[in-house]
Design a protein around this ligand. Structure first.
Ligand code: NAD
Length: 365
């Protein structure tokens, strides 16, 4: 059969250092006049200051923590209804953006957040428009129809058109304060998105182009951004890499290393990027035949072995955990089982059952 695909990308993207200062004008352009701002706690003073200057921000919610809980999204949805908001602005890392997206999706129809999370209530297509402003360079959540929420220790990726933002303001200046370890974690998350979008069973040509460029940008800029957070050129290139990484996986979806990241985060507390990176170089070797030589050539690498070694070197440089022995007492059977049954594992180009994953994790003992 000939080549066939459907490509869609409805988010209007404003990119550039200082773009966040244009927020008021951008909200006006989008026709949003009463917005709830959801922000990472460290940004509360900046957003409060902006709210004083812009009448379009009517309330600020900042009680967000990593691996965001459903209760936060429910509180934001209540605030949206109470203030009769016509828009939501999410300013922060993926945890903040995902909370904003989930809240905006459920605010119109109402109902319990938990019922949406469990699937007993269906997200309405009609949702409050969201403007995303990422302050980390990693998740790509600014352009995806994904929200990752947790209920207790259960963490779930939900993919639904209701989560698609209306616009994204990507301002690299906002990422300069990200500490080195988070810079490395999130940067490797962006790399994982690009690689997994490339080798996903659902990959397609336009997403592939984004993937190659994101891989090249991460490998050329992550170390510099990690060494010197104020390096605006490296930060700009990493913000672009994260954006392209988001676009690279938005339609194909992620695969093996993301599937394994869920038990690694839920049971051993690894931050999302570190959890994805934990198995990323293993999957580069496992998935080497998934056109990876082509990607490496286009991204300026000698081959898959160099790619795997560069990932391992970045992890070591950033002080990320790379062996199971560093995670405390590990239940290998459960880790292999939970990774194997995660829905994203179905997207991996090489079928990985529980036994194959056990062997992979044994090599990471
Ligand atoms: P995060 O949002 O959890 O933030 C990590 C830490 O960095 C927090 O302590 C936060 O306060 C801090 N921080 C954020 N920006 C900062 C800045 N500019 N300066 C200083 N500190 C800053 O981390 P993340 O990696 O951006 O997001 C991870 C979450 O996103 C996970 O829940 C993950 O599952 C999810 N995710 C979502 C998608 C999607 O498409 N929706 C994709 C990948 C990951």
């Amino acid at each position: 059969m000939g080549l066939e695909f459907i490509y869609t990308q409805p988010v209007k993207i404003f990119f550039g250092a200082g773009k966040f200062e244009d927020l008021g004008a951008i909200l006006k352009e989008l026709g949003l006049r009463r917005c709830v701002a959801v922000c990472d706690p460290f940004l509360r003073p900046v957003i409060s200051d902006m709210a004083e200057r812009s009448s379009a921000i009517v309330a600020v919610y900042s009680d967000i923590r990593p691996n965001p809980q459903l209760s936060g999204a429910a509180a934001v949805a209540a605030l949206i209804r109470e203030r009769e908001a016509d828009g939501v602005i999410g300013v922060g890392g993926g945890s903040t953006l995902d909370t904003a997206k989930f809240a905006a999706a459920i605010a119109c129809k109402g109902g319990e957040a938990l019922d949406y999370f469990r699937g007993s209530l269906v997200f309405p297509l009609d949702h409050v428009p969201v403007v995303t402003v990422p302050t980390t360079a990693g998740t790509g959540s600014e352009v995806t129809q994904v929200s990752v929420m947790s209920c207790g220790s259960e963490k779930k990726t939900i993919n639904h058109p209701a989560f698609m933002p209306k616009a994204a303001i990507v301002d690299p200046l906002l990422t300069r304060s990200v500490p080195p370890r988070t810079t490395m974690n999130t940067g490797l998350d962006a790399l994982a998105h690009a690689l997994e979008g490339w080798w996903s069973r659902n990959h397609q040509p336009i997403s592939d182009l984004m993937a190659v460029e994101a891989v090249r940008l991460v490998l050329e800029n992550l170390e510099a951004a990690w060494r010197d957070g104020s390096d605006l050129e490296a930060r700009t290139n990493m913000s672009l890499a994260a954006l392209l990484g988001g676009l690279a996986f938005a339609l194909p979806k992620t695969a093996g290393s993301h599937a394994c990241s869920y038990p690694l985060s839920e049971d051993y507390g690894l931050p999302h990027g570190e959890a994805c990176a934990f198995t990323l170089d293993s999957f580069v070797r496992i998935n080497a035949d998934a056109r990876l030589e082509t990607l490496c050539k286009r991204a300026g690498l000698s081959g898959t072995e160099e790619l795997a070694e560069r990932i391992a070197a970045l992890k070591q440089l950033g002080g990320l955990r790379t062996r199971l022995a560093e995670l405390g007492e590990v239940d290998l059977d459960k880790l292999a089982h939970d990774s194997a049954v995660h829905p994203l594992m179905k997207n991996n180009p090489v079928p990985m059952d529980e036994a194959a994953l056990r062997r992979m994790f044994e090599r990471l003992a």
